[in-house]
Design a protein around this ligand. Structure first.
Ligand code: CP
Length: 320
């Protein structure tokens, strides 16, 4: 693996999941691998889990870690070529990314979408420019359209906890929110689950109100539903997440009542485990009774962020 920006960078998802679970058993087995290697984690947006789990993953591998909160501590970046920089931007991404590449063997980058222009966000212009100018392998810490470290974690968590004989039914369920949130987590979750479905590991359904359909590029082979109760029938895993509209880009649309997951809604499932990437707004996006109940996997899932990140960094270090 030369970089980690989506499922398409991974040769063998089953092997990567197995590597993450092996690291969970023996976290310090490869401490020599990262000796004298440095990772720089560059954040243009807030983070709790991604920042701490990726730092810890790098430390477990013996790496040095530097964190740059670019939005608060860095110079305002220009991304367009051919502009006279006589406005608010101070440094061009060409120099900024290249300089960070001088100090680091691997770089991680978080850069959320602005949710103003579908074309701009889905071109991943900022992310791609950063990759092309920094000159070292890049790990996505969440881009405008994807969050692959989260999605790998989610596949690890499902693989680790599924004890059934048949394939599990996994449902990505849209949930309410007051703010317009990116499509990165659901896009990425769908992309990874579709790949796992192709490999016969699970069956995958997406349920959402009309108008919240994801970009079809991220949903090949997924069953699509608009009825939450029907979609949850027989579900083994429910992945709860809000996202803003892709069609009416970045908008919060009106939707019918009854989209928040409750214990009542769990009754039609196969005693489904409930997942969420966090942070979550209690009793808006997901009910407290489910979050605090026996079906919730959210803390276990967040814990697995460490092993997913460590598996990815290990592969990148082995290919340096
Ligand atoms: N799930 C996730 O990426 O959490 P943070 O935004 O806190 O990193």
């Amino acid at each position: 693996m030369k970089q980690f920006t989506s499922v398409h960078d991974v040769e063998d998802i089953k092997a990567l999941v197995a590597a993450a679970l092996a690291l969970k058993e023996s976290p310090y087995a490869h401490q020599g691998l990262g000796k004298n290697k440095t990772i720089g984690l560059v954040f243009l947006n807030p983070s709790l889990r991604t920042r701490l789990s990726t730092q810890k993953a790098a430390l477990n591998l013996g790496m040095n870690v530097m964190v740059m909160n670019m939005d608060k501590e860095g110079w305002a970046l220009e991304t367009q070529d051919g502009v006279v920089m006589n406005g608010g931007t101070v440094e061009h991404i060409r120099e900024a990314a290249a300089v960070m590449g001088q100090y680091c063997d691997i770089l991680g980058l978080r850069s959320f979408p602005k949710l103003q222009s579908k074309e701009e966000d889905y071109s991943e212009d900022f992310f791609n420019k950063f990759i092309s100018y920094c000159g070292v392998p890049v790990v996505s810490l969440e881009s405008a359209t994807r969050h692959p470290l989260q999605s790998l974690t989610d596949l690890v968590t499902i693989s680790e906890t599924w004890k059934g004989v048949a394939k599990p039914k996994v449902v990505l369920a849209w949930a309410p929110h007051i703010k317009a949130l990116p499509q990165a987590v659901p896009n990425s979750f769908s992309e990874w689950m579709c790949k796992a479905q192709q490999e016969d590991l699970l069956d995958f359904t997406i349920v959402q109100p009309k108008g919240y359909e994801l970009n079809e590029d991220f949903t090949p082979g997924a069953a699509i539903s608009y009825n939450l109760d029907e979609a949850l029938e027989g579900a083994d895993y429910i992945y709860v997440k809000n996202w803003s509209s892709y069609k009416e880009y970045g908008k919060v649309l009106t939707y019918p009542e009854g989209w928040m997951l409750t214990n009542e809604k769990l009754k039609g499932t196969n005693d489904a485990k409930v997942m969420h990437c966090l942070p979550v707004r209690r009793d808006l996006e997901l009910s407290s009774e489910v979050l605090d109940g026996p079906n919730s996997l959210v803390i276990h899932e967040a814990g697995n962020r460490l092993w997913a990140a460590q598996a990815v960094l290990k592969q990148l270090l082995e290919n340096l």
